[in-house]
Design a protein around this ligand. Structure first.
Ligand code: SAM
Length: 286
């Protein structure tokens, strides 16, 4: 039995016992491995970084979809950048009001291998008739598309390799261009305790670009180093401060069953700790 050692951080990291290696390949863009671990289920890593595990993916995917979509209230067109494992697509597809889902994933091999070896992530969502799957660089797509979206979800790898461009000023500007009035952009933005510089940089790039920007958090066990931050960029500041009764009505009305998300978690997730507020230059969570 060999081990899988994550290499995201020098001198610190998590180790998984590889109970069964399911697939390993160097794609045109990155090194992909999918293996089984008795405790965490099936695990996928890209370029030495844990991307998703069957045991805790629900936390991440529920928080990056239901928070922006329920805050928006009438999202019809959703864009997912990255998300090759299909978990984000599965959660977006649960929203009956969503009419169109465009997913732009740079690496077609990730989609094919996750369909085959991580079927519990997509659970058939790749067959949803609302899906328009585009195999391309997300940066190129948002820079050139004439389409507009109500919610954009950047479900990318970390800002190394192909994912780096998805944390650039150009990317945020292009996403802002692609949003309808009232649109919302959310992105995975790393764990502030370990990657505070990434949160600071995103804050600098969103400031002045979005009328309302902030971050929200959720602890995803296999994104090590504490709670993960999700960047929030909105054209309307009221969407981040909806009354709890509004969130409760929308959540109940959606008919969606969740394992992590609920309206109180939604509201509380935007309360950032002092060290993160200081890093992003905000005096408070307002
Ligand atoms: N949950 C993970 C995380 O938080 O790190 C992300 C999972 S998902 C597998 C990340 C996806 O982003 C991968 O499938 C990768 O191929 C894709 N990706 C990386 N760079 C990209 C780019 N420039 N355009 C589109 N997709 C990209």
């Amino acid at each position: 039995m060999s081990d899988y050692q994550e290499t995201l951080y020098q001198g610190y990291g998590q180790r998984f016992q590889m109970d069964r290696l399911l697939h390993e390949v160097r794609t045109d863009h990155q090194h992909l491995v999918i293996f089984e671990n008795a405790r965490m289920g099936r695990v996928m890593a890209l370029d030495g970084v844990i991307q998703t595990t069957e045991s805790d993916e629900f936390i991440y995917h529920e928080m990056l979809t239901h928070v922006p979509i329920l805050a928006h209230g009438s999202a019809r067109r959703v864009l997912i950048i990255g998300g090759g494992d299909g978990g984000m697509l599965r959660e977006v597809a649960k929203h009956r009001g969503v009419e169109s889902i465009t997913m732009v994933e740079i690496d077609g091999t990730v989609v094919e291998m996750c369909k085959q070896f991580l079927p519990n992530h997509s659970r058939g969502a790749f067959d949803d008739p609302r899906l328009n799957l585009v195999i391309d660089d997300g940066m190129r797509f948002v820079s050139t598309t004439q389409e507009r979206f109500d919610v954009i979800i950047s479900d990318s790898t970390d800002p190394i390799g192909p994912g780096e461009v998805l944390f650039s000023e150009n990317f945020y500007q292009a996403c802002r261009r692609c949003l309808n009035d009232g649109g919302i952009l959310v992105t995975q933005n790393g764990t502030p305790f370990m990657q505070l510089g990434e949160v600071r940089t995103t804050a600098e790039r969103m400031n002045g670009l979005f009328p309302d920007w902030h971050f929200y958090q959720a602890a995803v066990p296999t994104y090590i180093g504490g709670a993960m931050a999700f960047a929030w960029g909105a054209c309307d500041s009221s969407y981040r401060k909806l009354p709890i009764d509004t969130l409760r009505q929308r959540y109940a009305g959606s008919g969606i069953i969740t394992r992590y998300y609920n309206p109180e978690i939604h509201q509380g997730a935007f309360a950032l700790p002092q060290y993160v507020l200081q890093a992003i230059g905000k005096p408070s969570n307002d």
